[in-house]
Design a binder for this molecule. Structure first.
Ligand SMILES: [Zn+2]
Length: 182
């Protein structure tokens, strides 16, 4: 019993240490705390705490934080489910080569492609609402060959090859022009 008690106080001490480091802006401590609260490692699950710590580190471009914050959005853990925000976070995470980010992208893009209606018009809004002109274009989005991406001023579609990425102005299959909606 005594040993368990000592163990518990050790964990609490570690958590308190990490909290003070996180408060000082230590990204590694923010990520560790965020993940601990998200999955209940050594602490009770607390989505509010998890969100705060992960967001702090994600803003500073920590790939691990972006990945797990994305999971919160993808699954609606403690926040409103938002697949596009999850996607956007996974993309950023992938950019800094985070393990697991590529798989996360393909999982979420599958769900997203299912939700894209085929209307005959190819459009993308800044919030990533997309309509597809044809089935093939939607399949290319599903396969990650056509990628929606948030630029500084608006969201765009990109055609992704092995070695380059090209801004898409029209559908490569049916020729429909890309419209930007708001
Ligand atoms: Zn098309």
């Amino acid at each position: 019993i005594l040993r368990i008690k000592e163990g518990e106080s050790m964990v609490n001490k570690d958590i308190e240490d990490m909290k003070s480091r996180a408060k000082e802006g230590d990204i590694a401590a923010q990520v560790e705390l965020g993940i601990s609260y998200l999955y209940g490692y050594g602490v009770d699950i607390d989505y509010v705490e998890a969100f705060i710590y992960l967001q702090d580190a994600a803003i500073k471009n920590d790939g691990e934080a972006q990945l797990h914050l994305g999971k919160m959005y993808e699954n609606g853990w403690g926040i409103k489910e938002d697949l596009w925000t999850a996607y956007s976070l996974y993309r950023r995470s992938y950019k800094v080569h985070t393990e697991g980010s590529r798989k996360a992208i393909s999982n979420v893009i599958d769900k997203l492609a299912d939700a894209i209606p085929i209307t005959g018009h190819l459009s993308i809004a800044n919030d990533f609402t997309i309509t597809a002109c044809c089935e093939r274009l939607r399949e290319y989005i599903r396969m990650g060959k056509i990628i929606p991406f948030e630029d500084d001023d608006e969201s765009n579609l990109y055609l992704s090859n092995t070695n380059r990425t090209i801004l898409l102005k029209e559908c490569p299959f049916c020729g429909e022009c890309v419209e930007h909606t708001h």
